[in-house]
Write a protein that binds this ligand. Structure first.
Ligand SMILES: NC(=O)c1ccc[n+]([C@@H]2O[C@H](COP(=O)([O-])OP(=O)(O)OC[C@H]3O[C@@H](n4cnc5c(N)ncnc54)[C@H](OP(=O)(O)O)[C@@H]3O)[C@@H](O)[C@H]2O)c1
Length: 292
């Protein structure tokens, strides 16, 4: 039995859909089983015969975390330790999602799993502490670090751009932060690929879509595809800006580019280019719009 934690989030909804479609035996929870409440967690999981706990829950408010570090650490570090402990106690495996924000973004070139983390904000620090808690608690774990996640559920960059393209004549987007977008469905596919393999090398892996870009280029392709798929009929001017012109409470890494070599070679997980993933997402939005 698989326990999916965080099934109402952006990634969790995609994993949930796939567990249902594949008819894999599972249970799914979100805030109804608070991962920071050890008693509630045990009461829920003790009676189950678990093979995997898949954790898609998290505190993800990057800027707000600067004002409420206790809450970020309670969920991303302590809550994650509680889940890893529950998996260990049950003899289950633990799959967890982490982030590019564990790195400071100063490296030139792709980040490897062996690179030393050095988070610059509270969110990144809390996620790194979560990783450390997992490694201390359970050997049979997979930590997947991802970045720039978007999909049909929740707030994300693609949704924000599509909204701004409808509201404004001019949209400014930072062009000096580099990384790879990740379609939530593609990451969910990777998760199902991993948890349905018998032979598995546990450890830490990076997964995003393939290819390196910046937010401005990402926005430019969203705009182009929105026009192509008739999701946008009006004219919008897109302007590249520098990070200093778009100040945020928490620092963003200038380089978020994660190498996928390890996950491809050690686990055989397929990784498609970010442009291809975005095209399929925009196409599905267009189909959905036509149907509704
Ligand atoms: N989004 C990105 O760009 C990005 C980038 C890199 C890595 N990641 C990582 O990817 C994973 C999935 O991200 P996401 O964007 O899908 O997150 P999300 O949409 O914020 O979903 C997280 C879910 O966890 C729930 N949750 C929060 N606190 C909880 C608690 N104490 N107990 C149980 N559930 C709780 C949330 O409920 P509420 O919404 O009601 O609080 C939400 O449904 C996270 O680990 C995140 O750190 C995300």
């Amino acid at each position: 039995m698989i326990w999916l934690v965080g099934n109402r989030g952006m990634l969790g909804t995609e994993v949930y859909r796939r567990l249902q479609a594949a008819k894999l035996e599972h249970v799914a929870t979100d805030l109804d089983v608070d991962i920071t409440d050890r008693q509630a967690l045990s009461a829920f999981s003790d009676p189950l015969d678990l093979s995997w706990i898949v954790n898609c829950s998290a505190y993800t408010a990057v800027d707000r975390a600067e004002d409420e570090p206790e809450q970020a650490f309670r969920i991303n570090a302590e809550g994650v330790r509680n889940l890893a402990g529950a998996a260990c106690q049950q003899g289950a495996r633990f799959l967890h999602i982490s982030t590019d924000y564990v790195f400071d973004g100063r490296k030139e070139g792709a980040y490897l799993e062996t690179d030393t983390p050095n988070p610059s904000g509270i969110y990144g620090r809390s996620k790194l502490k979560g990783e450390l808690n997992i490694r201390e608690s359970i050997d049979s774990h997979v930590i997947l670090r991802t970045a720039w996640l978007y999909g049909p559920a929740g707030n994300n960059f693609v949704r924000t751009m599509l909204r701004l393209f409808q509201e404004r004549d001019e949209v400014k987007v930072v062009a000096d932060q580099w990384g790879s977008p990740t379609l939530a469905g593609d990451l969910a596919d990777a998760i199902l690929w991993i948890i349905t393999r018998d032979a598995l090398q546990f450890g830490t892996y990076h997964f995003t879509n393939e290819g390196r870009t910046n937010w401005f280029e990402f926005a430019s392709l969203i705009l182009e595809l929105a026009r192509k798929h008739h999701l946008l009929e009006r004219e919008v001017r897109l302007l590249p800006i520098q990070t200093e012109q778009y100040p945020t409470k928490a620092l963003r890494p200038a380089n978020s580019y994660l190498s996928k070599e390890k996950i491809k070679t050690a686990l055989g997980v397929p990784v498609r280019p970010w442009q291809e993933a975005l095209e399929s997402f925009m196409n599905s939005l267009a189909v959905h719009q036509k149907e509704s």
